[in-house]
Write a protein that binds this ligand. Structure first.
Ligand code: ZN
Length: 173
């Protein structure tokens, strides 16, 4: 396993639409292992492959709170059912460091996907799990949570993030 670099906004890679995986083999499992290690190291609860620069429809998550690890793997996830009722969480994103905002999303959803072994599964998600899987699935479409905010707020966040980025690279010698 290896910890990868997480790509942060603004970066065109994050706006790519990820491609379906034809089958789950050792290469995909290695990618999922790396993604999980990267996510744990960054203290995140979800990560999409595109966030480490791989445009494949693969997500890892772990929303357990008691310190016991409970990794979840989703390959080619598809939402089958979305509830009309909404829930609101204050969301953050490993690709949008240090910013948080409230986002409304369907409270319940049903997701069909392939697991770590490549087996077809259906998950009925609600609450935090539903929000998290929907946030991660947005990444597969090149969508970030800041896209749900007002244009003004989004522009401000992106501007601040790019300033922070350029500051890191700037050297005066
Ligand atoms: Zn995210």
């Amino acid at each position: 396993m290896a910890i990868k670099t997480i790509i942060t906004e603004p970066n065109e890679i994050l706006r790519q639409i990820s491609k379906p995986v034809s089958s789950v083999g050792n290469q995909e499992r290695k990618l999922m292992d790396d993604m999980l290690e990267t996510m744990y190291a960054a203290n995140g609860i979800g990560l999409a492959a595109i966030q480490i620069g791989v445009p494949k429809r693969i997500i890892v998550m772990d929303i357990s709170k008691d310190g016991k690890k409970n990794p979840m793997y989703f390959v080619n996830p598809k939402i089958k059912n979305k509830h009309k009722e909404k829930s609101t969480y204050e969301e953050g994103c490993l690709s949008v460091p240090n910013y948080f905002a409230e986002v409304d999303r369907p409270k319940y959803c049903e997701v069909e996907y392939l697991d770590y072994q490549g087996e077809n599964k259906i998950l009925k998600a609600e609450g935090l799990l539903a929000t998290c899987i929907q946030h991660e699935m947005d990444h597969l479409e090149g969508v970030l949570f800041i896209d749900y905010l007002s244009k003004l707020k989004k522009t401000m966040i992106v501007k601040k993030l790019s300033k922070r980025k350029s500051n890191t690279d700037r050297i005066i010698v």
